[in-house]
Design a protein around this ligand. Structure first.
Ligand SMILES: [Zn+2]
Length: 250
C-alpha cells in the first residue's frame, strides 16, 4: 500500500515495524525525515544495530518495551521478516535488554514485547529466580555485550509460586522452589494465604520479582557497579496472563 509521507510517519509512530525504530526519533540528534524513512524501510529486514543499541539509555529501553507490549495487546504487532533478521544478526548481536523470565509457555518475552531476533537476551527458569548461572548470563549480556537493561519478569498465576506456597517436593524442583520461598514470608497480605487464592499467588509473585531484583544487585557487584554508573538499569515487571499487560515495578 502506498502511503503519503505524513501517513508514513504516523505509521512509524503507531505501528512500527521494528522494535526500537522509534528510538531513533528521540535521540539527541534527531534524524531528518529522509533518514528516518530509510531507517524505517531498512529496519524491516534488520536486527537492532550496535549504533542503535548504544545510542539508547536504560529508561528508553523500558519505554520501548512498554510500547512493544502495547502493540502486542492491541494486536498491532510489527510485521517481521524473521529470515532477514536471522541473516542480519548472524555476524553479531546487540540486544538492548536481558530478561529473566519464567519458563511458563504463556510468557514469551519476545512476543509480549513485540521484539525481533537479536533484540533481547532471554533467560528463563521456573519462577524467574536468580542463580549463579543466570547471574553469569546477565553479566555477559550487560558487561560484555552491552545490554542496557536487566528485567526480572514475573507473571500472574505462576505455577512455581503456587508450588512454593504448597511446599511441593519433587526431584530437582524442590531445590528450585526453595529459591522462591523467601518471597512468601515477605509478602504482606490480608486474606486467604493459599495457592487457591489467585490474588495471594500474584502478591507473592510480585514480591518474588522484587526479591530477584535485590538478589541481582547483592550477588553481582558487576551489575551493581554498572547500574551505579548509570550504564544499565535493573528493574522488575509483572505480566498479566489474562489481559497481556506488563506492569513495571519499582
Ligand atoms: Zn511461572
Amino acid at each position: 500500500m502506498k502511503r503519503t509521507s505524513r501517513e508514513s510517519m504516523n505509521h512509524i509512530a503507531v505501528d512500527r515495524r521494528r522494535f526500537f525504530s522509534a528510538a531513533l526519533g528521540v535521540c539527541a540528534i534527531r534524524p531528518p525525515l529522509g533518514f528516518l524513512s530509510m531507517q524505517f524501510a531498512a529496519s524491516m529486514s534488520e536486527s537492532l544495530t550496535k549504533e542503535q543499541r548504544d545510542s539508547m539509555i536504560p529508561s528508553l529501553v523500558i519505554e520501548e518495551l512498554k510500547k512493544g507490549n502495547e502493540r502486542f495487546r492491541a494486536g498491532k504487532m510489527a510485521p517481521r521478516d524473521y529470515l532477514a533478521e536471522k541473516r542480519s544478526s548472524a555476524s553479531g548481536q546487540y540486544p538492548a535488554a536481558v530478561i529473566l523470565g519464567c519458563v511458563d509457555s504463556r510468557v514469551p518475552g519476545e512476543i509480549i514485547f513485540d521484539a525481533g531476533i537479536g533484540d533481547l537476551f532471554s533467560g528463563r527458569v521456573a519462577g524467574n529466580v536468580v542463580n549463579d548461572d543466570m547471574l553469569g548470563s546477565m553479566e555477559f549480556a550487560c558487561a560484555v555485550s552491552g545490554a542496557k537493561l536487566v528485567l526480572v519478569l514475573g507473571h500472574t498465576a505462576c505455577g512455581a509460586i503456587k508450588g512454593a506456597i504448597d511446599d511441593v517436593e519433587l526431584g530437582n524442583l524442590t531445590g528450585l522452589l526453595a529459591r522462591v520461598k523467601p518471597a512468601i514470608p515477605r509478602t504482606k497480605y490480608e486474606g486467604e494465604k493459599s495457592s487457591k487464592n489467585p490474588a495471594y499467588v500474584d502478591a507473592v509473585a510480585l514480591t518474588n520479582v522484587r526479591v530477584a531484583v535485590e538478589n541481582i544487585r547483592r550477588r553481582s557487584p558487576v551489575l551493581e557497579d554498572l547500574e551505579k554508573k548509570g550504564s544499565i538499569q535493573i528493574t522488575g515487571a509483572m505480566y498479566n496472563l489474562a489481559n497481556g499487560v506488563v506492569e513495571f515495578v519499582s
